[in-house]
Design a protein around this ligand. Structure first.
Ligand SMILES: Cc1cc2nc3c(=O)[nH]c(=O)nc-3n(C[C@H](O)[C@H](O)[C@H](O)COP(=O)(O)O)c2cc1C
Length: 214
């Protein structure tokens, strides 16, 4: 592995509506602590998408996305300012940590709102002869996912629109090194609130050594 010329930066996104007793936040805390231990010189930027939700993109935002920069009016510039800032933050990160519970088989809506702000033609992806190419080259990603029901690796696999969706959309914008840490059955087993299962802890301990491309 070649040394990164960049100061390590972890961009952590939380999205559970619960700020107390949240399994996904607990997982992300462990992953962040492990990352900090591996990167003592690193910087952590946290964004709590649940308590400070990104605005939904609207007609003005979309008009701004498709207007050449030199033609942006002050109103369109304002409508795309949040997208500009979120993309800039994503592009300077060396690790992106997304903590997400499954809500109705997919991501919580504030996380979807963040995705809608950052997946943007000419900024995070481009089309070359009709083929998409991602423009976000720097961060690797870790997904900390929690599922209320057990069985998404098995009988509920077709209902998992959380992990495959996040992997696809991150791949689309160029992030290919993605690792997943997940727990299932959190709704059925309140005892899990007492702590993170040993197998998941082992998985966390294995992170940030070698890149894995999905
Ligand atoms: C609004 C809502 C929708 C949910 N939808 C699902 C679901 O579709 N499938 C599932 O397995 N669990 C579902 N759950 C359970 C959560 O995924 C589970 O409790 C998870 O641990 C919540 O994350 P948190 O502990 O970080 O808050 C849902 C929970 C809530 C609050």
């Amino acid at each position: 592995m070649t040394a990164s010329p960049y100061r390590p930066m972890l961009l952590r996104l939380d999205s559970s509506a619960r700020t107390e007793g949240s399994h996904s936040r607990q997982l992300a805390d462990q992953i962040e602590a492990h990352w900090r231990a591996r990167h003592p010189d690193g910087r952590v930027q946290r964004r709590d998408l649940a308590t400070e939700a990104p605005p939904h993109i609207d007609a003005q935002t979309i008009a701004g996305f498709y207007t050449p920069p030199e033609q942006l009016s002050p109103a369109l510039r304002a409508a795309t300012a949040r997208s500009d800032a979120s993309i800039a933050e994503l592009k300077v990160a060396t690790t992106l940590l997304i903590a997400s519970p499954m809500y109705n088989f997919s991501v919580p809506s504030p996380l979807k709102a963040w995705i809608d702000q950052v997946v943007r033609a000419g900024h995070t992806f481009t089309l070359e002869g009709g083929r998409p190419r991602g423009l976000v080259e720097r961060p690797s990603a870790v997904l900390a996912l929690t599922y209320g029901l057990p069985g998404y690796g098995d009988q509920l696999a077709t209902l998992d629109h959380l992990r495959p969706y996040l992997q696809s959309v991150l791949n689309f914008i160029g992030i290919r090194d993605i690792q997943v840490v997940s727990t299932e059955g959190t709704a059925a087993d309140p005892a899990q609130l007492a702590g993170i299962p040993a197998a998941v802890k082992e998985r966390i301990d294995s992170l940030f050594s070698e890149p894995v491309t999905t």
